[in-house]
Each structure stands twice: as structure tokens, then as C-alpha cells.
Design a protein around this ligand. Structure first.
Ligand code: IMP
Length: 184
């Protein structure tokens, strides 16, 4: 029950859409309070954040801008360790309040790479808002990681924007791989 197959792997439910929606609403409320009168720029990290970004932004009532960047770092179920820029950062971040929106922070390498580039533009502030966070996989602390939807175990997950070899992004819920040992 509640098990699904994505390519060669079996997955079971970890977070249902309903729970994700409730948490997203709360994160939106918090952001509306924290960024009142500041006109932040939300930057979604593609591809994985596309559903979370859309649902989160529907909760945002403060004036804001929206943009996207695209990076790639994962192959199959493991972080490749090197990050490629596929769609670069906007270049107007000087003195802006920047909110990076991620699907998941795993090793943190992707975020570190992006944060270095954002800092170069000297924004007024940078914070990260991630739906999921695997604390046990993080390689270095990330002080900008301010808003986290759910802390999850160090297991491979799929759904609600997250993929396994390109598949599963369209699933409404988040699933964990069945029977796989923790990744690190
Ligand atoms: P990090 O650089 O290791 O933090 O990985 C960040 C990126 O890898 C995320 O934005 C995801 O796109 C992808 N990723 C990390 N963990 C998972 C997972 O469990 N399932 C699917 N994609 C993941």
C-alpha cells in the first residue's frame, strides 16, 4: 500500500501533499512577516524546486520579484560533487534581499556553489528556503539556511519536484526509496 515504482526502484510515501501544503502555508506566513516592506527577490533553483516554488509563491503577499536559476549536480541517486550552471543568476542582485528557494539540501554543495556567486553581487541579504533538508548528509554548515520545511533522514527521495533519473517530478507526494541503506 502506498508503494510506487519509479524506473527500477520502489518507493514508499514519506510526506503527503496535504502535509506539504500545510507546511508551505506556514513558511509563506513567516516569509510575509520577515520581508514586510522589503520587496525580496525569490530565486528558484531548477529543476527540483518548480512545484514548491509555485506553491510557496502563491502564499506570498508582500511585493516581490521571481526568478530562476538552473544547476545540475546529481546522477541517479548520488550527488556527483561537481555543480554545473545551466541557467545563470540574474545580475541585478546588488542591495537586494535575496531568497533562494531549493527543493532539498543534501550535501549542501549545490547551495554553496550558488551562494558564492550570489555573494559576489553584494546583495543586502541572502537567505535560503528549502522544502527538505537532510542534516546527516550536510558537509559544511550553511548559515543562510533559514527556512526549512522538513528535516528528513539521509535517504533518497522522489516526487513533488524531485526526480530519480529524470522521473517522478510530477508526483504529488514525496516518497523515500524502499529498502535502500542510508546514502552516506
Ligand atoms: P546537494 O548539492 O548534495 O545538496 O544536492 C542538491 C540537489 O541534488 C538538490 O537540489 C536535488 O536536485 C538533488 N538531490 C539531493 N538529494 C536528492 C534526493 O534524495 N532525491 C532527488 N534529488 C536529490
Amino acid at each position: 500500500m502506498n508503494k510506487i515504482q519509479v524506473a527500477d526502484k520502489e518507493f514508499e510515501i514519506l510526506l503527503e501533499k496535504d502535509i506539504i501544503n500545510k507546511r508551505t502555508r506556514l513558511m509563506g506566513i513567516q516569509l510575509n512577516v520577515d520581508y514586510e516592506n522589503r520587496c525580496p527577490i525569490f530565486i528558484g533553483v531548477l529543476n527540483g524546486s518548480f512545484l514548491f516554488m509555485a506553491d510557496l509563491l502563491k502564499e506570498i503577499t508582500v511585493a516581490c520579484e521571481v526568478d530562476f536559476i538552473k544547476v545540475a549536480s546529481y546522477k541517479g541517486t548520488e550527488s556527483s560533487g561537481s555543480v554545473q550552471d545551466l541557467l545563470g543568476l540574474p545580475n541585478n542582485l546588488h542591495n537586494r534581499d535575496v531568497i533562494l528557494v531549493e527543493d532539498i539540501v543534501d550535501t549542501g554543495l549545490t547551495l554553496k556553489h550558488i551562494l558564492e556567486k550570489v555573494h559576489l553581487q553584494k546583495p543586502a541579504s541572502i537567505r535560503v528556503c528549502s522544502l527538505l533538508f537532510k542534516p546527516a548528509a550536510l558537509l559544511e554548515p550553511i548559515s543562510e539556511l533559514e527556512y526549512v520545511g522538513f528535516e528528513i533522514p539521509n535517504e533518497f527521495v522522489v516526487g513533488y519536484g524531485l526526480d530519480y533519473n529524470g522521473l517522478g517530478r510530477n508526483l504529488n507526494d514525496v516518497y523515500r526509496a524502499v529498502g535502500s541503506a542510508p546514502m552516506r
